[in-house]
Design a protein around this ligand. Structure first.
Ligand code: ADP
Ligand code: MG
Length: 201
C-alpha cells in the first residue's frame, strides 16, 4: 500500500521529469536572455552588493547560468565558494575558488572545486547562497534533483538564500516534505519575489 512518503516521492519524480523537459526544450537564445535577466536581478540586490562571500552552484548547460555571476563576483573582489559533495554522504561542503581553473568534473558530471588546491569555507558570515532548483513555488519551496543535498545544507545555513529559476519552472505550490527548506527570495527572468524573508533586499 502506498504511504505518504512514497506518494510524495512519485509526485516529485513526475515533476522532475516535467521540469527537466521544459529546461531541455528552452532554445539557446531564450536561455541566454533569461540568464542575463536573472544575473542582472541578483547583482542589483542590496544583499548581494553588501555581501563578502557568494555561495553558488556551478551551472551545467541546462541550469540557470552562474558562470557569469562567478566571474563578476570575483572581479568585484568577493569571495566565491562552490559546493563539493562529500563522498558516501548526502552532505556538501563549500570551497573557495579563485578561477574556473580551480574546478574539475566530479560526481554527477558536475564541476566541483579541486579540494587539494582550494580552501574549505568555514566562516559563512556576510555570505549569501544562490540556490539551484528544477522548480520553485512562490513560497520559496524548491524541487531539487532528489538527493536532498541542499535541504541538508540549508538546514544549517541561516543567511540569505536566493533561489534562481526560469519563470517557466515555477508554480504556485509544490507539495513539500518535512525536510524541504524554502529560500528567502525567488529570482526569475520575470520577477524577484520575497518569500519568507522579512528584511529589505
Ligand atoms: P531534493 O530536495 O533534492 O528535491 P528531496 O526533497 O526529495 O530531494 O529529498 C531527498 C531525500 O532526502 C528525502 O528522502 C528527504 O526526506 C531526505 N532529506 C532531505 N533533507 C534531510 C535531512 N536534513 N535529514 C534527513 N533526510 C533528509
Ligand atoms: Mg527537497
Amino acid at each position: 500500500m502506498p504511504t505518504v512518503k512514497t506518494d510524495l516521492r512519485i509526485y516529485k519524480n513526475n515533476l522532475r521529469e516535467k521540469y527537466k523537459k521544459i529546461r531541455k526544450n528552452l532554445s539557446c537564445e531564450k536561455k541566454s536572455v533569461f540568464d542575463n535577466k536573472i544575473f542582472e536581478r541578483i547583482i542589483s540586490l542590496r544583499y548581494y552588493k553588501e555581501c563578502n562571500t557568494v555561495l553558488t552552484y556551478v551551472s551545467n548547460s541546462i541550469e540557470v547560468d552562474t558562470h557569469r555571476l562567478i566571474e563578476y563576483s570575483l572581479s568585484c573582489g568577493k569571495l566565491v565558494a562552490v559546493p563539493k559533495c562529500v563522498a558516501g554522504t548526502r552532505e556538501m561542503e563549500f570551497y573557495l575558488i579563485k578561477s574556473f581553473n580551480d574546478l574539475e568534473v566530479a560526481t554527477f558530471s558536475v564541476l566541483e572545486p579541486k579540494v587539494n588546491q582550494c580552501e574549505k569555507l568555514t566562516q559563512f558570515s556576510q555570505s549569501v547562497c544562490i540556490v539551484p532548483g528544477l522548480a520553485f513555488d512562490i513560497r520559496g519551496y524548491r524541487l531539487g534533483y532528489g538527493k536532498g543535498y541542499y535541504d541538508r545544507f540549508l538546514n544549517k545555513y541561516d543567511l540569505p538564500k536566493f533561489g534562481i529559476c526560469y519563470t517557466l519552472c515555477t508554480q504556485t505550490k509544490l507539495i513539500n516534505g518535512k525536510y524541504d527548506k524554502p529560500v528567502d527570495l525567488l529570482i526569475t527572468d520575470k520577477y524577484t519575489h520575497k518569500t519568507e524573508f522579512k528584511g529589505d533586499f
